[in-house]
Write a protein that binds this ligand. Structure first.
Ligand code: ZN
Length: 337
């Protein structure tokens, strides 16, 4: 038992880089309940008796998620959210986080409003960096089930604010709605603005969805991508082209993509040469944290410090931030090793 605890604290202390985190989806339930209370919004239906988020399946999860985001209205709310999320991540050893930001939730994708939200979040992130040593960068995401027209507005916000802090563009939401090529215009615009690209695929969709994201959107990373394992030719292509998967094992198990972690393909993908990383997706919704992901991977596949070190190095390489930020993070990893 004591050995377990020792192992747990060692894994919690390892420096971690997280590339796949939805900003609103990382909101601690207590924070959302507090905001709802302040604004007199009744959200009791989305919490269980212990105050955790509750939902039945993926589509219901999306609606609970959107209900939780109802209380996040002003730039000030998003600044408070940023602080709450970063404090939580830093407490699990995260030194770098790329979070998905949706202009749809921040002033309805109006560029002027978006700048105000961004400014508020950046200020909160700067303070968190000073206080807790965690670096945040933003990846703007359009929401697939909101459709291609709204995606264009998100892409415009992304292009207008691309820089050292907004470093990427992506797509999230219901994979069963629409096709990647419907969003190609938005991805082209983001690419031309100098943003790096990622897309959710191969979570609910099969291998073909991963191929379409690669061919039609020309992304460097795939959010999830785990169902590529159903087509070994595709797996080999991912390995050869150095496509990085933002794997979120706890999320996949919680939403029933795989029955348990032992049957999750992360280890098979890694052994076949695919660059895998580890993230939490929407951690409080999936009852997980970065430390818990590490503990579970250690237990299921015997991953040790060396493997976690190589995972962190892959994430650092695949991060969308600039070279100076990467160099600082590299030093932090080296000091910890
Ligand atoms: Zn996701």
């Amino acid at each position: 038992m004591r050995e377990d605890e020792q192992r747990r604290s060692e894994l919690a202390a390892l420096p971690k880089l997280e590339l796949h985190l939805h900003h609103e989806g990382a909101a601690p339930p207590a924070f959302i309940r507090q905001l709802a209370h302040e604004k007199r919004i009744d959200l009791h239906r989305i919490f269980d008796e212990r105050g955790n988020y509750v939902y039945d399946d993926f589509v219901h999860f999306l609606s609970v998620y959107e209900a939780a985001t109802e209380v996040l209205k002003s730039p000030e709310d998003f600044a408070r959210l940023t602080t709450a999320v970063l404090e939580q991540s830093a407490s699990h050893g995260v030194i770098y986080s790329e979070t998905f930001l949706s202009p749809d939730f921040c002033g309805g994708s109006d560029v002027g409003a978006w700048r105000e939200y961004l400014h508020a979040m950046q200020e909160a992130a700067d303070k968190a960096e000073r206080d807790w040593g965690i670096t945040l960068r933003g990846v703007i995401t359009c929401i697939r089930h909101f459709g291609p027209e709204k995606a264009k507005r998100a892409a415009l916000c992304a292009a207008e604010t691309a820089g050292d802090w907004i470093v990427g563009f992506g797509i999230a939401g219901d994979e069963n709605m629409g096709k990647p090529k419907d969003f190609a215009w938005s991805f082209d615009m983001a690419r031309e603005a100098g943003l790096k690209l990622t897309a959710h695929a191969g979570e609910w969709g099969g291998p073909q969805s991963v191929r379409e994201a690669l061919d039609d959107l020309r992304v460097a990373r795939i959010g999830h991508g785990v169902r590529a394992i159903e087509d070994l030719e595709l797996v080999d292509r991912l390995a050869e082209e150095g496509i990085v998967l933002e794997v979120c094992p706890g999320s996949n198990v919680q939403l029933g993509v795989y029955p348990d972690l032992r049957r999750h393909p992360i280890e098979m993908l890694r052994e076949r040469g695919v660059k895998v990383t580890v993230s939490t997706d929407d951690p409080p919704f999936f009852h997980t944290t970065m430390s818990k992901e590490y503990e579970d991977l250690h237990r299921a596949f015997g991953w040790d410090e060396e493997i976690f070190g190589s995972i962190a190095a892959i994430a650092l390489d695949a991060a969308f931030c600039d070279a100076t930020t990467k160099e600082n993070l590299r030093k932090k990893l080296e000091t910890a090793a």
